[in-house]
Design a protein around this ligand. Structure first.
Ligand code: ZN
Length: 371
């Protein structure tokens, strides 16, 4: 399902809007529109000349747009510093909880991680002071409201992102600071634990004041666990060649076989996917998910080649298992054909990788380096 629309590109980075953004914009527009006098009082704008109704709701939409423009600048700042430091950024996406800059790889150099992480909150602070100054000299109450409120939101953005919990910038800064004293792996584990503690505290506070906070807490908890798991797996598998963990006796299927024959193979060999091969050449990969798209009556007439995935990613036997893990997570695929001199020599699945990780962590304990 397509859940985002591409808005355009900047510095070669695609900028995407996620559909959940509509809800938050509507929520902000409505809550600002309906409570404009109360907010004005909080912002210290006495007796504001803003008519309640269409004008106040339009002002609400303007606040929502300026909030997301601010989030965008924040993410763009991360992205620019990241690209300039040699770490490509895949995309910037704006969604329910703000923005995310998806990076292909994160730097492990603490100083670089601090620089990339800190520039976001710093840019939010910049916007906060800039809009505050502009708000103090703005000519009418609607503009004053918009600028001062934007300033307030940016102070909040800077502060919120500095919370020392993954995936907040503060969590990354904390990890980098810890990594200056301990190993990267230990620093990640500690930062992730601190992040989880924060998530639990937020969750409990959220139960009493705002359900939205519970959602954010849940999101932080998951992100903290994932971050540490990814780093651990990456570390544990970084010197394990794929050749060591791949299945060498690969069961394959011919592109001209039918889906019914594929289903038979699934039952016989208890694999959920097969490389599709003609001669010695791999031409695609077919999984149960592909086959499920075919209705019952088409099982004997549809050929494997009609439903197989042809855009396949292959790895080499001497690649690191951590590379297989990263590519798997990034492209959301469950198995890789392994080619040597263009010939299929094995296959690696997600469970092969998880098993190798288990073994590596057990071995690590014996060597005294706890993973
Ligand atoms: Zn940030």
């Amino acid at each position: 399902m397509k859940t985002s629309i591409k808005l355009g590109s900047i510095y070669g980075i695609p900028v995407k809007l996620h559909f959940t953004l509509i809800f938050i914009v509507a929520l902000i527009a409505w809550s600002v529109g309906a409570n404009v006098y109360m907010i004005a009082e909080l912002l210290n704008i006495p007796d504001p000349d803003i008519p309640l109704g269409l004008e106040s709701y339009l002002l609400g939409i303007a606040v929502a747009v300026s909030l997301f423009a601010s989030v965008f600048v924040h993410e763009l700042a991360h992205s620019i510093v990241s690209i300039k430091s040699g770490f490509p950024v895949e995309e910037i996406s704006l969604w329910l909880f703000g923005g995310v800059s998806k990076m292909e790889e994160l730097p492990t150099d603490p100083n670089l991680e601090i620089r990339i992480s800190a520039v976001g909150p710093l840019s939010s602070l910049g916007i906060a002071f800039g809009t505050l100054a502009a708000g103090l000299v703005a000519p009418n109450d609607i503009l004053i409201f918009l600028l001062i409120y934007t300033s307030f939101l940016n102070f909040f953005l800077a502060g919120f992102n500095l919370i020392p919990a993954f995936p907040m910038d503060g969590g990354r800064i904390l990890r980098a600071l810890l990594a200056k004293r301990y190993s990267y792996i230990k620093a990640t584990k500690q930062a992730s634990t601190i992040g989880k503690v924060f998530a639990v505290i937020f969750g409990v506070i959220g139960l009493f004041i705002n359900v939205f906070l519970v959602l954010i807490a849940f999101f932080i908890y998951i992100a903290a666990s994932q971050e540490s798991q990814n780093v651990l797996i990456d570390y544990a598998l970084s010197d394990v060649p794929i050749a060591k963990i791949m299945t060498k006796d690969v069961k394959t299927i011919d592109p001209d076989e039918t889906i019914a024959e594929f289903m038979d193979k699934v039952t016989t060999h208890q694999h959920t996917g097969f490389p599709v091969v003609t001669g010695n050449k791999i031409v695609g990969i077919i999984t149960l998910d592909d086959a499920k798209k075919i209705p019952e009556r088409g099982l004997h007439t549809t050929r494997v080649k009609e439903v197989m995935e042809t855009d396949i990613v292959c790895l080499q036997p001497y690649d690191d298992a951590s590379k297989a893990w990263k590519t798997m997570t990034k492209k959301r695929i469950g198995r890789f054909p392994i080619l040597y001199k263009r010939e299929l020599v094995g296959i690696v699945t997600r469970s092969d990788i998880m098993q190798a990780f288990q073994i590596q962590s057990e071995l690590g304990k014996y060597k005294g380096e706890e993973i």
